[in-house]
Design a protein around this ligand. Structure first.
Ligand code: TPP
Length: 280
């Protein structure tokens, strides 16, 4: 089992930062084989996933369907590259398997399938994650389970009505074991976010959620926000993550069309070197 429920005054920040770095390294290697991928999103969400899987989430890597597990719903199925890297570091899938990312017959698709160990929901069609997470949280409550449900969703998904129906329901049903991690990376398919969604945090507060807004690439803030979301106080929790697409790889952080990144074959060594330099 990973370390869980550690005291706030001694969070394993260096350990978590190292995990996030290793995950980013995996992601670059996976995308390199294909020459492209949803790399920006993966690099941006890496810190939150590292904090979640190696600090907060309760799960058993040897038994991903363990009934007592906390659930993690990745609503943005196209962020799968980050999930596979996380699973490899967590021991849910073998590290060697990452080489099959995006290949025919691979379990590691470019969007998530729930036949892959550790995946709770089929991804691809955006705007469904929070609703499914609400259903899971209700089901766990009916079962008398203390397990919690964490749901990642994107700023683009805030433009879908289904997300707000789910947000309303979570608050109505008092789902205090539900934690939404909202990846506000500011991009959508063709560039910057299409509809103005700000102020995101105020919107969730207005829907009755305990809400914090943080730098989603600052490990200490992510850890503190996850700890702050623990109380079973009758309210769902929202953590608004401000993240940088391509975080950790300078060239990608400043790339304009960051949604689906194509990289020239001779550019990969430079990206890998930038990642190592940024980590120090
Ligand atoms: C319901 C639905 N509509 C459209 C798409 C096509 N699509 C795939 S990724 C994407 C961009 C979504 O932006 P966002 O959710 O903010 O994610 P990010 O920009 O971080 O990749 C779109 C429109 C989809 N997968 N599902």
């Amino acid at each position: 089992m990973p370390p869980v429920n550690q005291p706030l005054d001694a969070p394993p920040l260096a350990f978590l930062a190292e995990k996030a770095h290793r995950m980013r390294r995996h992601m670059l290697a996976m995308a390199r084989r294909l020459g492209q991928g949803y790399i920006g999103q993966g690099l941006g969400i890496a810190d939150a996933l590292a904090a979640l899987y190696f600090y907060e989430l309760r799960y058993d890597p040897a038994d991903p369907r363990w009934a007592g597990r906390d659930r993690f719903v990745l609503s943005t199925g196209h962020y799968s590259i980050a999930l596979w890297a996380t699973f490899a570091e967590a021991g849910i899938i073998p590290v060697d398997e990452l080489a099959s990312y995006g290949a025919d017959d691979s379990r590691l698709e470019m969007s998530t399938l729930d036949t892959t160990p550790g995946v709770e929901m089929i991804g691809g069609s955006l705007g469904h994650g929070l609703g499914q997470a609400v259903g899971m949280a209700l089901g766990l409550r009916l079962d008398g389970s203390p397990a919690r449900v964490f749901c990642e969703l994107s700023d683009g998904e805030l433009q879908e009505g289904s997300t707000w129906e789910a947000a309303m329901s979570a608050s109505h049903f008092g789902l205090d074991g539900l934690v939404a991690l909202i990846d506000c990376n500011g991009i959508q398919a063709d560039g910057t976010i299409v509809l103005k969604m700000e102020p995101v945090a105020d919107k969730f507060r207005a829907f009755g959620w305990d809400t914090v807004e943080i730098d989603g690439n600052a490990m200490d803030q992510v850890v503190a926000a996850l700890r702050g979301a623990r109380p079973r106080n009758g309210k769902p929790k929202a953590i608004v993550l401000r993240t940088i697409p391509g975080k950790g790889v300078k060239t990608l952080e400043t790339r304009e069309r960051a949604h689906f990144v194509r990289v020239d074959p001779d550019e990969w060594d430079k990206l890998a070197a930038e990642l190592e330099t940024a980590h120090g």
